[in-house]
Write a protein that binds this ligand. Structure first.
Ligand SMILES: Cc1cc2nc3c(=O)[nH]c(=O)nc-3n(C[C@H](O)[C@H](O)[C@H](O)COP(=O)(O)OP(=O)(O)OC[C@H]3O[C@@H](n4cnc5c(N)ncnc54)[C@H](O)[C@@H]3O)c2cc1C
Length: 383
């Protein structure tokens, strides 16, 4: 990789630290996957906090490093090379922190961001059984009762919620018969008796990042738990999700590089017809196609991150970067599997894990179809 215009010396220092952490996480990634060991992922998040990598883009006033989103994504790319489950949990922690960074008041930032930079975990929930891509179908309700809000509903597929110290969640705050529903974001402490963790999903890939269902049963919070403005929860969640999209694509960027490197190493060693398979132009072209995707994804992702850091609109760029990097990550993992063939399909090599891990990136933070809808809407406008 040549010198990249968006990276400064600070970013390179972050990359070095993150690379060291990724090497540590890589050693246990296979076992964490096999055992679906989310406790190990929790430990890895604490380790990232010790290395000051959790709050890279959070201002120093709130316990962070005062750098930028590009810095966070540099670290995330490296972590994804070592352990996708850790990277997925890491990026979701940043998503929850971003909702507070963008919408929180002074008190909330001090109360939640400072500990979060130090390793306390926050989850982020819009998704429910009836509200996936259609976030406005959220059924969880928050109703004012005296001086308190009473929240009831179910959140599912929520990353990190099982070990979270706090939850950011979006609930409907308009009456059921309202013409136009409105939604509000809340910050609920993990030890609130109204939050009941019901299950951790058994998944195909990224098995060690915990994907949790929880119920809210007469969960009572005061006005101090409202994040941002009452009725403005969806725009807040969607702006945090726009940044998360770049992060999900960045995980694809890290994962596809690991798949490509494994394929190159194997193709140099594997001898068929009397020579290493890498001597065949067909295999060299597979590598060229993988490498091209890595470079295009890197340019798209860091350009989108840079736009966000400048405070410039990036809805289209973030969606294109996420769409390309995640779909092509799946493609690269598939191609790496082709290079390995039989051994890649066994658990003797990490390729089958990479292959399984890649798919979730196309779903989280908005599916490929939703990315295409955003891109088309940005290009065409309303008609
Ligand atoms: C491992 C994992 C971790 C997750 N972590 C979190 C988390 O921390 N917090 C959180 O809130 N959510 C989380 N999610 C939820 C994730 O964001 C949703 O799965 C995703 O938004 C899609 O929702 P869905 O699965 O209900 O699919 P659906 O919305 O039901 O979509 C099903 C299919 O229909 C397509 N589709 C839907 N609407 C349209 C349309 N209008 N036009 C064209 N196609 C359409 C979709 O693209 C998809 O192909 C997680 C999911 C997974 C798998």
């Amino acid at each position: 990789m040549g010198k990249f215009p968006y990276f400064t010396e600070d970013h390179e220092a972050i990359r070095e630290t993150a690379r060291g952490a990724a090497e540590e996480f890589k050693k246990t990634a296979e076992e964490a996957d096999r055992k679906h060991d989310y406790k190990l992922i929790e430990k890895n998040l604490k380790r990232l906090a010790e290395l000051n990598l959790i709050g890279i883009h959070i201002s120093t006033e709130y316990g962070g490093e005062g750098l930028d989103l590009v810095g966070h994504f540099v670290a995330l790319e490296e972590i994804a090379k070592g352990c996708l489950s850790t990277a997925f949990s890491f990026n979701t922690q940043r998503l929850a922190m971003d909702a507070i960074r963008l919408g929180g008041n002074e008190e909330q930032k001090k109360k939640y961001l400072v500990p979060a930079c130090g390793g306390s975990i926050i989850s982020f929930a819009t998704t429910e059984p009836e509200a996936g891509s259609d976030v406005a179908a959220i059924k969880t309700s928050a109703v004012k009762d005296g001086g308190q809000w009473v929240i009831n509903g179910t959140k599912h597929y929520i990353t990190n919620a099982v070990f979270a110290d706090a939850h950011v969640l979006v609930a409907k705050t308009s009456p059921a018969d309202a013409q136009r529903p409105d939604f509000t974001a809340f910050l609920v402490d993990g030890d609130n008796p109204g939050v009941k963790i019901s299950k951790v999903e058994d998944k195909m890939g990224a098995t060690a990042t915990p994907t949790t269902e929880y119920f809210l049963e007469d969960c009572r919070v005061g006005d101090e738990a409202v994040l941002g403005t009452v009725g403005e929860g969806l725009p807040l969640a969607l702006s945090a999700l726009e940044i998360a999209r770049i992060g999900i694509g960045t995980q694809g960027l890290g994962l596809m590089q690991s798949a490509m490197q494994e394929a190159i190493a194997y193709a140099k060693e594997r001898v068929q017809f009397g020579r290493p398979i890498l001597r065949n132009q067909a295999i060299q072209f597979h590598i060229a196609n993988m490498s091209s995707r890595v470079e295009i994804a890197r340019n798209l992702l860091f350009h989108a991150a840079w736009l966000k850091d400048q405070g410039l609109p990036a809805a289209k760029e973030a969606a294109i970067a996420k769409l390309f990097a995640t779909e092509e990550c799946t493609w690269v993992c598939n191609m790496a599997m082709n290079v390995f063939c039989g051994p890649g399909y066994t658990t003797d090599y990490p390729i089958e894990r990479f292959f399984r891990d890649s798919k979730v990136l196309e779903m989280g933070g908005g599916t490929s179809e939703i990315m295409r809808m955003i891109i088309s809407r940005e290009e065409v406008g309303k008609f």
